[in-house]
Write a protein that binds this ligand. Sequence first.
Ligand SMILES: Nc1ncnc2c1ncn2[C@@H]1O[C@H](COP(=O)(O)OP(=O)(O)OP(=O)(O)O)[C@@H](O)[C@H]1O
Ligand SMILES: Cc1ncc(CO)c(N)n1
Length: 268
Amino acid sequence: MKTVLTIAGSDSSGGAGIQADLKTMTMNGVYAMSAITALTAQNTTGVRAVEEASPEFLGQQIDAVFEDIYPDAVKIGMVASCELIRVIADKLRYYRARNVVLDPVMVATSGSALLRNDAVQTLMTELLPLAALVTPNIPEAEILSGMHIETAEDMVKAAEQISSAYHCAVLLKGGHSVNDANDLLCADGKITWFEGKRIDNPNTHGTGCTLSSAIASNLAKGFTLAESVRRAKEYISGALAAMLNLGKGAGPMMHNFDLKSPFAEEAN
Ligand SMILES: Nc1ncnc2c1ncn2[C@@H]1O[C@H](COP(=O)(O)OP(=O)(O)OP(=O)(O)O)[C@@H](O)[C@H]1O
Ligand SMILES: Cc1ncc(CO)c(N)n1
């Protein structure tokens, strides 16, 4: 069985972060492992508190995984601080991690900061060059490229700029666009659009985490980058279309939308 490690933050409400990653990886047929950067006390309405792991302890989690079950792919989500970013970068270089997918998480859907302001630059210089793919949403791509993004042409320019500056492929996600949810892949100088009809569902907590974990799972299974993105886009569209409605704010998605397991039956 192929294996994937997520290095990310925990979301107590289970919709984003580590919990979304483990659910997504399991549903995408790989064995999921985790190294937790921070605990968040969070629900569908917002983030209440953050407790970061010490850099030493994060390093120990990553060592414990790599020395025993070497992952076929690594997904990186919330990294919180400069110190934690440096540990992650050192470890990924040391173990020569492959198929690294970096979701440059900065702000939660609810508006709370998940990355310290002074850590943006470290994320760019330390982690982006190690990534096979980086998956910014539109506000994150504006920060990474220093460009204002409004039109599809702006998305192309920003993705090309980030890709050439950091020598990695870029998937610029259109979830925050006013039009359809079309994502743009820029890899090896080639542009490919992945079109998605906007699904009228306000419950989008954890869409970014889910997409990047699905891509990492597909890369681990041996699919090409473009095919990995295509399959991940299908997965996220299915999870959103299932219209799960939990919580008082922007709720989580349904991961077992395609599962017909006898173990999933409820008592009536
Ligand atoms: N309403 C929607 N309908 C269809 N697809 C969507 C919708 N919202 C987001 N997506 C898709 O979900 C994926 C994640 O995109 P998005 O831009 O929302 O990421 P994000 O902002 O990083 O997520 P997060 O809310 O977890 O921070 C993309 O493939 C995007 O196109
Ligand atoms: C822990 C965590 N990671 C990522 C996100 C982004 O959705 C979130 N809300 N919480």
